[in-house]
Design a protein around this ligand. Structure first.
Ligand code: ATR
Length: 285
């Protein structure tokens, strides 16, 4: 007979403030059910003030979780409080996935892997370009820049309304990353094979600026990390102008997979059934 720790099912969390909009419980719940695994995954709302105590409870085992996801605004603090943040988290200064291993709290950031896995799945060959353009220099942009750089794309151009933020990222991510103000957009798009929107432009039905994508390479891929709506105004424009597009929903689904495997021991699949489940949830709101 094993002791209770061996036989009890693993519990994982997503924490944020607020957290009720998180779709992670739907994703992990779907995988737990379809893989017939015992275990739970639930949303836990924690204020920034209470977050250190929440992490302390995780580390000393009093909270009965094996790990979890961390979302806004706790990603930076999660990184700081982890015992063993990995190299990806170190460079980003933020973690979204935590797990206990040998009594220590490990941390990684899976957003970049989610980004590349989504493109690999839906537009294989997207990385056969020397030049990428990334619109936006906020929190979400960092993991995208890191992932695109680590894929080997030689020139990465970050365009942002506040150019100082783009410069900060160019300094952080090394000589292949270049910063530009908005008016440089048409020029840096020349011949680029990848265009990524990481800004909130066009999110939730907001107006988006008109963009002429024609300077891009003919086989360029345009993607948006926003997934509400699924086809953002920028993606609709790019499609109308004849470019391949990839929506951002797959990034959300794929970023969840590494954590699930850590906590529950099985590699889950991102499939059409899961996509349909999340789309139905989006339609219901
Ligand atoms: P996130 O963590 O989701 O990336 P963020 O850090 O607030 O959020 O960043 C939002 C991004 O969208 C930034 O690049 C922001 O540009 P600024 O750095 O100049 O603020 C960009 N953004 C938001 N609204 C914008 C708008 N109306 N026009 C241009 N860029 C906008």
């Amino acid at each position: 007979m094993g002791d209770s720790r061996e036989t009890s099912a693993p519990n994982a969390f997503v924490t944020g403030y607020p957290v009720k909009h998180s779709r992670s419980p739907l994703i992990h719940g779907h995988w737990l059910r379809t893989l017939h695994l015992a275990g739970s995954y639930r949303a836990v709302e924690v204020t920034p003030e209470d977050f250190p105590a929440f992490i302390a409870g995780l580390k000393d085992g009093s909270s009965d979780f094996v790990g979890g996801n961390v979302t806004i605004p706790h990603k930076e603090m999660a990184f700081k409080l982890a015992d063993r943040p990995d190299d990806l988290s170190e460079e980003l200064g933020a973690s979204n996935t935590l797990w206990l291993e040998d009594g220590l709290l490990h941390a990684t950031n899976t957003d970049g892997r989610g980004f590349t896995a989504n493109l690999d799945e839906r537009q294989a060959g997207w990385d056969s370009t020397d030049r990428a353009v990334i619109l936006g220099a906020g929190g979400a942009s960092r993991a995208v820049i890191q992932a695109v750089r680590d894929r080997g794309i030689r020139e990465i151009h970050v365009i942002n309304r506040t150019v100082a933020r783009a410069r900060e990222l160019a300094d952080r991510f090394g000589p292949r990353v270049h910063a530009h103000p908005m008016p440089a957009l048409a020029e840096v798009m020349q011949g680029a094979g990848l265009f990524v929107n990481t800004t909130s432009l066009g999110m939730d039905g907001e107006e988006a600026p008109l963009i002429d994508f024609s300077p891009l390479a003919g086989n360029a891929v345009v993607t948006d990390i926003v997934y509400v709506p699924l086809k953002t105004p920028l993606l609709a424009q790019a499609e109308q102008q004849g470019f391949a597009i990839v929506d951002g929903l797959g990034m959300l689904l794929h970023q969840a997979a590494p954590g699930f495997e850590k906590w529950f021991g099985k590699r889950p699949k991102v499939d059409e059934m899961l996509r349909a489940l999340i789309i139905a949830d989006m339609d219901g709101h």
